[in-house]
Design a protein. Structure first.
Lengths: 261, 245
């Protein structure tokens, strides 16, 4: 029915508008005292430190698998010497940032959405407001700021693990030394291949934090709200990360033309 | 009804709707300073909503709510915070912050809203926890507390800023008779120097602590008066609710 479609569309547009206003409020409140540094540190520990095992194990596995795949093809063309550079560039430029962001969206995003929704369902958010404390500033802003700061650090760990497992794989297969591997790996790599793609993950962190907190903080449906918040946090933030990646890659190409491979 | 500066809380023709459902209709009553009023009623008649309206966690569609002469329904930001600070709220499930220890749950409002030193904060928390019988549990997380302990901890947090008005939502729900009675005793101790609005299903406990009852039925104020007055009320629901104990 046309009327129902219009209602659904209106609701979606309304939700997008609310999410945009929510994101603007996060930015505005992040620069307003009190700065909740102890809570930011608490969240950084939770989001960053506890995500590290996932990031490290995934980085090691991906680095290994990628070397094995590229090796087969490159050896056919006598281009085995390019394996370290390809490994290094692909991790720094795209695999590290994107996979780290998607992993954090799954682990941290779902957790943040669910925990805030549970706090809403158990009246903890109301309790904070009843104490004359700004619940948005206390619960949302530190989570988003921590996510914004944690992602570039976690991406660096993922890059390091990917390159390390790439070396280990090559070392066992072709007995290449660490010195030679590093020399080949960083032969064609410039700072602009590492810094802008790593920093773009701060935007991914902002997306994960804001989207997850939006679904968790604004729900009001009890246990069902917790489930929805967890699911929506992961799905929507993953989708937005991929869409933002396209735009950010284009921006990086414009700002650093030399990075276009 | 005017803003009644001589009253602690005044609800003036308050109505509240959630979606299609009108939860409260034209509610008017006032609470004098250091008076305890118990709000009784069947489930879903808007008792808890009344408390949330008083502390402005939700706003009414119609009417005014005066707290010490300030219309809280019209306030925002700092002005709202100033009026809210006069009130403490014990939530039905205590609503303790599950990421903080009991000590930090109580310290949070003191650190945020006062200029007290850490030593002063510790002294206040120790005193309040002693009052509610939880002095040995301050390092515990809410998950480690029993239902009765959570209620007492919630009460301690509500009292830590020494509010003039205490709002209490179902103090005895989910508790055994003895524990519920202990909570009632704690509320009775507050009675001398605090205005209290207590939402309850437990008529027995409510009769111990209340000066007056406000009985809600289908969103309307069906009866208002002392327990003895309401025992002879013309409305059968009011009589049943008041006599239940």
């Amino acid at each position: 029915m046309p009327k129902k479609k219009a209602t659904g569309l209106t609701k979606r547009l309304e939700a997008i508008g609310k999410a945009a206003l929510f994101a603007l409020r996060v930015i505005k409140d992040a620069f307003r005292a009190p700065f909740e540094l102890s809570y930011v540190w608490l969240e950084l520990t939770d989001q960053g430190w506890l995500s590290l095992p996932l990031i490290v194990s995934s980085g090691l596995a991906l680095g290994l698998v990628m070397t094995l795949h590229t090796r087969t093809e490159l050896i056919k063309f006598g281009a085995g010497a390019w394996i370290p550079e390809i490994q290094c560039l692909s991790f720094f430029v795209e695999i590290g940032p994107l996979v780290a962001a998607l992993l954090v969206a799954g682990r941290v995003g779902a957790g943040m959405g669910a925990s805030l929704a549970e706090m809403r369902a158990t009246e903890q958010v109301d309790a904070i407001e009843a104490l004359s404390i700004d619940s948005f500033k206390l619960l949302v802003v530190p989570r988003v700021v921590a996510c914004f700061l944690a992602l570039p650090l976690l991406t660096t760990f993922m890059d390091f693990c990917g390159v390390t497992s790439g070396f280990l794989s090559e070392h066992f297969l072709s007995h290449i030394s660490l010195q030679l591997y590093l020399a080949r790996a960083f032969r064609g790599v410039e700072w602009s291949n590492f810094v802008p793609p790593t920093l773009k993950t701060a935007v991914f962190g902002f997306i994960i934090g804001t989207v997850s907190c939006f679904f968790g903080y604004t729900t009001n449906e009890g246990a069902e709200g917790v489930r929805k918040a967890a699911t929506n946090s992961v799905v929507v933030s993953s989708l937005l990360i991929i869409m933002a990646d396209v735009i950010l890659v284009k921006i990086i190409f414009i700002l650093f033309p030399g990075t276009a491979l | 009804m005017t803003n009644g500066k001589d009253m602690a809380v005044v609800l003036d023709h308050v109505s509240k709707t959630f979606g299609e459902k009108q939860v409260l209709r034209d509610i008017t009553f006032s609470v004098a300073r250091r008076e305890t009023i118990c709000v009784l009623g069947r489930s879903g008649t808007g008792k808890s909503v009344t408390l949330k309206l008083i502390i402005a966690l939700t706003k009414p569609e119609m009417g005014h709510i005066w707290i010490d002469g300030d219309d809280i329904t019209r306030l925002e930001g700092q002005a709202l915070s100033r009026v809210r600070r006069k009130m403490g709220f014990l939530f039905q499930n205590a609503a303790l912050f599950d990421f903080l220890t009991l000590y930090d749950n109580l310290a949070l409002p003191l650190r945020r809203l006062t200029h007290k030193s850490e030593q002063e904060i510790e002294e206040i928390i120790d005193r309040v926890l002693r009052q509610v019988g939880l002095s040995g549990d301050k390092e515990k997380l809410p998950l480690e507390l029993s239902g009765g302990m959570k209620k007492r901890a919630g009460l301690a947090r509500a009292l830590v800023l020494e509010p003039e008005i205490l709002l209490v939502d179902e103090p005895s729900s989910g508790l055994d008779r003895i524990t519920a009675s202990e909570i009632d005793e704690l509320l009775l101790k507050q009675k001398e120097h605090t205005t209290m609005i207590v939402v309850s299903h437990d008529v027995h406990g409510a009769r111990r602590i209340a000066d007056r009852f406000a009985v809600l039925d289908q969103g309307r104020l069906a009866g208002l008066g002392t327990p003895q007055d309401l025992e002879h009320h013309e409305n059968e629901t009011v009589r049943k609710l008041v006599m239940e104990g």
